[in-house]
Structure formats: structure tokens, C-alpha cells
Ligand binder design. Sequence first.
Ligand SMILES: N[C@@H](CCOP(=O)(O)O)C(=O)O
Length: 410
Amino acid sequence: MKIVCYDCGKAQVESAFDYQCQCGGLLEVVHDFANVDAEELKQAFRQRLAERMSPYASGVWRYKELIYPELPEEAIVTKYEGNTGLYESELIRQSLGIRKLWLKAQSENPSGSFKDNGMAVAVSHGRMLGYNRFTCTSTGNTSSSLAMYAAWAGCESVVLVPSDQISLNKVLQTLAYGAKVVQFDGTYDDGIRFYKQHGKELGLYICNSINPLRIEGQKSIVYEMAQNLRWELPDWIVIPGGALSNVTALGKGLRDLLELGFIEKLPRVALVQAEGASPFHKLMSSGEQELVPVMQPSTIASAMNIGHPPSWRKAREFLKSCDGITCSVTDEEIMEAKALVDRSGIGCEPASAATVAGLRKLMAERKIGREESAVCILTGNLLKDTDVLRKYDHGIVSSPLALESLKSLV
Ligand SMILES: N[C@@H](CCOP(=O)(O)O)C(=O)O
């Protein structure tokens, strides 16, 4: 495993681990798969599905050879993350009118979001480098995932959380795992800017997606999806876009699978942003060269409340290579889709529902055809944000606990 600059290509010294190159570019892990026997590996991945107690029972570490091959087995930090459901909901499929639809519920991870796939790897890497204090800036999912893994590894965590427009449940979850939570006036983007400048001076290991090991772990989402589908991916993968770590990791994972011959072609990717926080969609639809940050991002999907996504260059390059598309959806469209996903029995937080809302919109615009197939990635659990549920009209009825009264109600 080598760590190189995504922009200038310069190889970095791992012992002096940093989060950006001297040129300011983001870093990326590069593997040498030249000596990998793809068939042997495929067989190992299949056999590991039967594991229960070893680290390979994890839906991340099952694919260790493609993620962090050098890590000694005893240094693996895991909560058996991944192994999430890939569901076919007839209710949602029919409502959208698409031929074939799956929902990949990353919401079923141990801390309730897709962040666990990357965090298991980042925390393992940080410990290998000798860190025992971990940090991130977060709208809540990254922080709760980090706090859980740090606690599990017997380490400390300190997290920076915006004081506004985030879900209280996520902050409480982070606190419950024992993290020191520091609230600040500003956005996730301000937190990232701060850490790029001062992260090293604090002596903390940073677990945001600017950390290339986070991306390596997150690649496992698409490995698992592909394995579940017997290495035959659908026409489309639909993902939400905030910090853009998902599309970056998905892109990297798909390229690995293509290079190794596990899949024959790249599926197309549709990236969905919330209208109030859609700088990347604006960039892609304008044809401009540079992303214009949104200074005051605002959406009910708090996980996507991001105006200056760090990985936008990586995301753009991958979307171009897979003939990908982007769109934005309103908060109303997100909440309508969320109600549908919740009623299907799967459930999700608002940012995840943006995928279903986006798929509906892209089908209405005939950019995705009814005869095609798609997977929507659901990133976070329904319980991650219960404040938004107050907006539903649940129609709770009050009744005395008496037979006659209940007969008239049921
Ligand atoms: N929604 C995210 C934002 C942080 O993104 P990251 O991928 O850089 O960790 C969160 O949960 O905090």
C-alpha cells in the first residue's frame, strides 16, 4: 500500500502521515494488485461469508486484501460492520415504476450509518501508527461512528460539531460512547478547513474523509453489494452527496473490481444532493472548472449540510469516467421519499431518502429508464434523526383501555 497525492502524484511517507500533500492536494491509497489471483480471492471472499467470530466475519475485513493488506490480523479493529441488507421492496419499486430496484441499507451498521465501513479501517490504521486519540468534525454520523470505534479500541475521541442544523440524536449517541464533544459556530466545512490547517498540531488522528484510509474502508460497500449480486451490478447506483466520500469510495471500489476482472463494466452512478446544499450538482451541470462553495448550506437532511465538499475533484473524475449524472431534490421531495422508505419497513434518515427522491426525479426526466435496474444506497438509520419525524402526521389516537372503544378503532 502506498499513499500518494491525488493531485501531483507525489508519494507520501507513511510514518509522517498527513491528510494533504505539500501541494495542498488530497491523498489517496494506491495498491499493487499485479500479483493478486482474482479467482482465489473471490473464493476466499465466498468462504468468509460463513465466518462468525473471526475479523473476516466483518463486511469490511472480508475484503482485507483489497483494502489494507499489510495490517496484521491482531491489529484489526472491528464490530463486524457491513453485512448490511440488500433489499427488494415491492412497495418502493412499484411507486417508482422501475423494473428492478434494491436498497442497500448501510443504516444497519453497528453505529447506524455507512461511516462504520470506513471508520473500522481508519481507527485500525491510526492505532498502527501509535495514536490513541482520535478526532473528526461532523454533522453527527462520522462523530458517532468514530466515538464508537475509539471506545471499542480503548482510545479517546474528541469531536467538533456545528452548533446548528444537526440532529440531536447523533450528538447524544456520540456523547454516550464517551467522546468529548466540542460545539462550534460554523459548518462542517469550517471544521475541515480548521483541521487541514491545525490538525497535526493537536496530535490527534483525524478520521474524516480527507483521510484516505476512511475511503479504503468505505470501498467495501460496493464490494459487498457486488458479491451479494454475484458480481453483476445493476445499470445504476444511486447515492446521496454531501462531503462526497461515498461517491469517491464507490468509484475507487468499482475501479478495483474492474481492474481485477470481478466485474466487466462500470455501472452508471447517479449522485443526488439536497437543493439547499448542492454545490457539486451546480458544478457538474454548469460545466465550470472550479467548485463554488455554498457558504450557508441548509437542508432538512442534516447529514448533507455541506457547502464545500473536500473530495469534489475525485468525485468529478469518477462520475465522468462512468458516465454518471447528478441532480438535486427539495426537502419536500426528500421527506416524501423518506415516508415511503419508512413505510416499506426498511426506514432511513432523510439524507438516505434523497436517493429514492433523486431516482424518482431522474426517471421523470427520462435520464433513467423504467426498464433499467438500480441500487439506492441508504446511508443512515431512521433513529438517527427523530426530530424530523415530528413533521409527519402520525394520527396517534387516544382511547381508554376498554374493549368497546378499541373495537371501534381496530
Ligand atoms: N455527514 C457527515 C459529514 C462528514 O463527512 P466525512 O465523510 O468527511 O466524515 C457526518 O456524518 O459528519
